[in-house]
Design a protein around this ligand. Structure first.
Ligand code: FAD
Length: 369
């Protein structure tokens, strides 16, 4: 079987990693960037994603490159506690959640992809699926034939566009800001500071550094250099971080949600990760769902090598779970759009109950060993 993976992000690398020692499967991975695209940001991998990595034999490496996160704490920007949740309870004593630098997770996944053929600076010009094979023309003009193409090319997937046309996307925020700082001594948990103008999240990514994620409710109306202004004169360590921050050190991105698609692929072309179900990161499930997708696809092919039914089987396995995460995300978005005093009281009163209920269906992963 000859598989083309389009995109070497988390989901694409996970598939390549799973196929590393598989005889009779030739993996070709193309990545449009000139190397593994590794922005200097943090990635919070929840327990379900860590369980997949554990099953892939990568749990120890990810835990030692990252930081085990045992608690979620929400404060107001005066430093008063709104909510504290023990993550072992939230995840029913399953695998611990880990926060890691994105580049470190990529390194762990990419270090072990066996004999996969990898081409950087390469993308697809056209993908033609004739029911038996997929004929791909690349951006360098060459052509090749595959049994299966996996589009793992992220939120703006051209593989998805080529097969399904334009799928509507909902723009949630034009700009959100992420950056890495030296780890403040007081931060050892997933720590969120809230006020009426936005939120400021800090999570350690290793013993020395922490990742920050800032959302300013004024969003596109505010210049980048003023993006952190709502957090000036807040409690420490936020105040000190804001004083030392430079907009050019940050990684800026938008928040978007892809409309649900009825099938995660078409014929012999399947989509995984954000290409199939991009969502905003309120539930921090993007990486974990991408890892799960790779895990499920691998197992479905182990169960039944019939590629013609793969997209249908894959969709049937994934849709309910993905739709659940989308629904929980949308509930969180509504809550965060309420006036601050309402959302903070809501979090205090029912935050723990709601979060526990939202994550409960995700504790057990598909094809759990
Ligand atoms: C602000 C923000 C914060 C987030 N925080 C978290 C978090 O803490 N935890 C979490 O789980 N998720 C988080 N996410 C979501 C997470 O980043 C994504 O869900 C995840 O990266 C999706 O992985 P992927 O492999 O599907 O896509 P990507 O990681 O986007 O990888 C796609 C790859 O494909 C390549 N590519 C694209 N087009 C082509 C092409 N045409 N040809 C070849 N290659 C191509 C890209 O260069 C890239 O390397 C966050 C997202 C945002 C926006």
């Amino acid at each position: 079987m000859r598989i083309l993976i389009v995109g070497g992000g988390i989901a694409g690398l996970a598939i390549a990693n799973l196929y590393k020692n598989k005889p009779n499967v030739a993996v070709h991975l193309i990545e449009k960037s000139d190397g593994w695209k590794t922005s200097s940001t943090s990635l919070y991998v929840t327990s379900n994603g860590m369980k997949v990595l554990e099953h892939m034999g990568l749990g120890d490496q990810v835990r030692s490159a990252g930081y085990i996160v045992n608690e979620r704490v929400v404060y107001n920007t005066k430093g008063k506690t709104i909510l504290k949740i023990n993550l072992e309870d939230l995840w029913h004593r399953s695998n611990p959640c880990v926060c890691i630098k994105r580049k470190d997770l990529h390194t762990v996944l990419a270090n072990d992809i066996g004999n996969a053929e990898v081409n950087f600076n390469l993308t697809t010009e056209s993908i033609v699926e004739d029911g038996n094979h997929v004929i791909v023309t690349f951006s360098d003009g060459k052509q090749a034939v595959y049994d299966l193409v996996i589009g793992a090319d992220g939120v703006k997937s051209t593989t998805r566009k080529e097969l399904l046309g334009d799928v509507p996307m909902r723009l949630i925020a034009n700009q959100v800001c992420r950056f890495i700082i030296p780890k403040p001594a007081s931060i050892s948990a997933w720590t969120l500071f809230l006020n009426n103008k936005g939120h400021f999240l800090i999570i350690p990514v290793n013993d020395k550094e922490a990742g920050c994620y800032v959302f300013n409710k004024n969003n596109d109306k505010v210049a980048k250099e003023n993006y952190l202004d709502p957090f000036k004169n807040c409690c420490e360590p936020v105040n000190e971080i804001v004083q030392n921050w430079k907009p050019e050190d940050a990684y800026w991105s938008s928040l978007e949600e892809l409309d649900p698609i009825p099938q995660y692929g078409k014929g012999l072309v399947a989509f995984i990760g954000d290409a199939a179900h991009a969502m905003p990161p309120y539930m921090a499930q993007g990486a974990s769902l991408g890892l799960e997708d790779a895990w499920v696809m691998y197992h479905l092919l182990e169960e039944d090598a019939n590629l013609k039914t793969l997209v249908e089987r894959f969709t049937a396995h994934r849709k309910e779970r993905v739709d659940w995460v989308r629904k929980c995300n949308q509930n969180r978005e509504k809550l965060s759009n309420l006036p601050y005093w309402v959302s903070s009281i809501g979090l205090k009163l029912v935050g723990k109950k709601n979060w526990t209920a939202e994550y409960k269906p995700l504790v057990k992963i598909p094809f759990e060993k």
